[in-house]
Design a protein around this ligand. Sequence first.
Ligand code: KG4
Ligand code: ZN
Length: 379
Amino acid sequence: MKILAIDTSCDDTCAAVLENDKILSNVISSQTDLHAKWGGVVPDIAKRAHAERIDAVIATALKRANPSVLRTSPFDKREKLTMIIENGMKEIDVIAVTIGPGLAIALGVGVNRAKELAQKYNKKIVAVNHVEGHILSNFAKNSQNKPDRKIEFPALVLTVSGGHTKLILMKNPSKSPSSKEDRGFDKGDFNPKYTVIGETLDDAAGEALDKASKMLGLGYPGGPIIERLALKGDIDWMKLPRPLSTQKTFDYSFSGLKTSFYYQIKDWPKEKISANLADLAASFQEAVFDSLLIKYKLAIKEFKPKTLLASGGVLANKDLRKKLRKLAKDFSLPIYMPFKKELNTDNAAMIGVVGYYKALRLEFVEDIENLDRMPRAEI
Ligand code: KG4
Ligand code: ZN
């Protein structure tokens, strides 16, 4: 099965082509530079950029998956794109598109393009939840069919990005109603069920890092900047809270942490901030990651999963990955994270993986004409 996947849920225009769960191409056109000077994503700007880029991104994904789709090279750029899409779509069986959660007007660009392509080329559509995409990014494979992971259920999933911070219990329940057993991972019979056991009550972890970066007068996105600075800083330099850490729930909160950080530095002259950037970054990053780990640990004790899965943009952070590996080791549990960095941040390959399993279960959109974005879709 060949799948064209599309995601325009936030500020990256993404398209990918998969053969089943194998990634043949994964194209991401980042808009970071357009949003950077505003210190965050501006929906109108995102929408316009998606609309301008979507055809080129889809065409590139189709061409990388199969270079022979461009047989002759017309001079005109528009004609060239049209030809690649026409030829490329012949080989596609299913279109997988993110319908939510995300920015409404940004999502609309991808959803509308998917509908137009499905109608023009007579293809089926599967509607995909972006958060499920982040979860199943751990099930993606490269063109050599690697990695070959034996994922056992229940799995406890931590997804951390700029938009969400969630702890999710993932099961693949047995079809037999009398059995409480999990099916284990059987590709042809994979129908995962998710229970959100905890989530952030305010800011997402990535958002907190982005806001801290802004407070320090640094750029956007803040995560990678803070990571770089933190390497040389002292994690205990500033005392910061670990919100909700003493409560026996699995929810997160980062706004209190952000406020505490703000009040501690708000009257500092610029020179004092710039002289202590590394220590400030290290202390803040540690507080965010420690908060993530405290709840993950509590949830492992409570739900006794067989596997740990982690995903989302913040996992691009080496220190967080190291901390998660250590946690897994302490509990003697296997932990999996996306095998490639670009599978952590927003991408369409992860949407294609969800699309693949949904298509196997024949979960196609019945009324394509009326398919709509769902900005607040729940997992
Ligand atoms: O998954 P993603 O690309 O988009 C959303 O769905 O939100 O995640 C983006 C978030 C941003 O908040 C960004 O600051 C954070 O991931 N991020 C990082 C790193 N790279 C990206 N956070 C910490 N360390 C990084 N290296
Ligand atoms: Zn995301």
